[in-house]
Design a protein around this ligand. Structure first.
Ligand code: TYD
Length: 132
């Protein structure tokens, strides 16, 4: 794996149940400004399909699973997100598309800034040009 890295979380709890705590600048290696989650993705849908100019994010699959395509303009990589005890770090300028969602998939995303449409590159050709 080269385009993104996993961060392992400490899982607390016991036979009664489990808990993972996410803390900015600790196990989440940036200052969190925003969290959002995507769910209820219909069969066959691809989500994401963009890159961010500056935003850093971490993705955690809370339930179910999906796949993610990563592309830095030179190489592509497909990973599976299926664990709630690790996060996938997603740096800026990585084109990403999530696909093959299980019906129960809930994907939590932590971000280091507020939503800003101007930070998005939603056109793949424009992304390739920006990478060159
Ligand atoms: P979009 O980027 O199209 O997500 P996906 O490809 O996963 O469906 O975002 C869907 C809508 O939600 C779009 O109108 C932008 C809006 N949005 C926010 O208002 N705040 C956010 O933090 C995010 C991620 C999206």
């Amino acid at each position: 794996m080269t385009l993104a890295r996993y961060v392992d979380f400490n899982v607390r709890g016991d036979a009664d149940g489990w808990l993972v705590a996410l803390e900015g600048n600790r196990n989440v290696p940036f200052s969190m400004q925003r969290a959002y989650y995507i769910f209820g993705t219909q069969n066959g849908v691809r989500r994401g399909k963009h890159a961010h100019r500056r935003l850093t994010q971490m993705m955690v699959c809370l339930t179910g699973q999906c796949k993610i395509l990563l592309d830095d303009g030179k190489t592509r990589e497909d990973l599976t997100l299926a664990r709630n005890d690790q996060g996938l770090m997603l740096d800026a300028m990585i084109w990403h598309e999530m696909y093959d969602f299980s019906p129960d998939c809930v994907l939590l995303v932590l971000a280091d800034n507020y939503y800003d449409e101007a930070d998005y590159i939603r056109n793949y050709a424009a992304f390739k040009t920006a990478c060159a």
